[in-house]
Design a protein around this ligand. Structure first.
Ligand code: AKG
Ligand code: FE2
Length: 329
């Protein structure tokens, strides 16, 4: 029975070893799921190690990010995401305001999502925000194949984590499988330059926000700056730990769990070093039409759903429109 426990005010983000989660022994997988359960209740954030993605692949993705942002501005602007209302492609510096009332985050980005060509069901159904990705094929032909191979690996890890989350909620292990056959994913690379001397007092790299979907798998380099808000409202640091991913829960998990699991606020501080920070968050979210609703194990216990069900894709789209100021289409 999954009872409600008030969260502890964590002072650090737990590090979970995934080795046993790949075991054939269900009890071993459940033991890892229990660690995840505790982290989801308290912080909604945890590091994972021994997750199966080789260090070389992680390093190569961050190197690819640096090489992409080094392209001439003219090449990057050919992929401008906001101009094309697609949210895919290049995100110029300071294009996104995650924290209303604060200056836009001082970061530059690139994002890919589901590759929806003319025959894709999303295109046929005119799903908002859908379409093909924008790749720098001419200026940087190696970029797309490497980026896509990385996304595939991370989404596999996302599916694996979703199975552990299902176990952690006493649900069938495959509870989220259908939603994640073709996840409505977003993979971003982000560049946070050293902060200019004249930056506004409240300038951040990325303003405080909660992520919007199911699970985020964040790869960060060794510069640091990510902070997470704990149950007491204090900001705690999520420093780089080599070889790990930081996993955090998006806004769908509180809906699924009647708030047992947290989608905590996080932000990226001013980059006060003289080096550029690179990160690569991948948002592993359910397919567009998936109905996000209170899970049966929770409903059985609580007797009611705290939130109305929502369609995964509609929720994500609304958040894109809000933070990038894109006109709804
Ligand atoms: O760059 C980071 O470390 C975090 C970025 C982030 O929180 C996001 O893109 O949602
Ligand atoms: Fe985030």
């Amino acid at each position: 029975m999954i009872i409600y426990e008030p969260p502890h005010a964590a002072t650090e983000i737990p590090l979970i070893d995934l080795t046993d989660s790949f075991s054939d022994d269900l009890e071993k997988r459940k033991a890892v799921a229990w660690e995840i359960h505790k982290a989801c209740v308290d912080t909604g954030f945890f590091y994972i190690k021994n997750h199966g993605i080789p260090q070389e692949v992680m390093d190569a993705q961050l190197k690819l990010a640096a090489e992409f942002f080094d392209l001439p501005m003219e090449e990057k602007m050919k992929l401008d995401s906001v101009q094309q209302h697609s949210t895919r492609g290049y995100e110029p510096m300071a294009a996104q305001t995650l924290d209303e009332g604060s200056p836009p985050g001082l970061k530059e980005g690139f994002m890919s999502s589901v590759e929806a060509g003319p025959d894709h069901r999303y295109t046929k159904l005119e799903v908002p925000g859908t379409g093909p990705n924008q790749w720098p094929d001419e200026a940087f032909p190696e970029f797309r194949p490497q980026y896509e191979a990385y996304v595939e690996k991370v989404l596999d890890l996302g599916r694996h984590l979703a199975r552990l989350v299902a176990l952690s909620l006493e649900l069938p292990e495959d509870y989220f499988d259908e939603a994640l056959v073709e996840p409505l994913h977003y993979c971003r690379i982000l560049k946070y330059p050293p902060m200019p001397k004249d930056a506004a007092e409240n300038q951040l790299g990325a303003g405080a926000h909660t992520d919007w979907g199911l699970l985020t798998l964040l790869l960060q380099d060794d510069i640091g700056g990510l902070e997470v808000r704990n149950a007491d409202g204090q900001w705690i640091s999520a420093p780089p730990i080599p070889g790990t991913y930081i996993i955090n829960l998006g806004e769908m998990l509180p809906v699924i769990t009647n708030d047992r699991y947290k989608a905590n606020f996080h932000r990226v501080l001013n980059n006060k070093t003289d080096k550029t920070r690179y990160s690569c968050p991948t948002f592993c979210d359910p397919e567009y039409f998936y109905k996000v609703e209170c899970a049966p194990t929770i409903l059985e216990h609580d007797g009611y759903a705290k939130y109305p069900a929502m369609t995964a894709g509609e929720h994500l789209r609304a958040q894109f429109e809000k933070t990038f100021g894109i006109a709804a289409k």
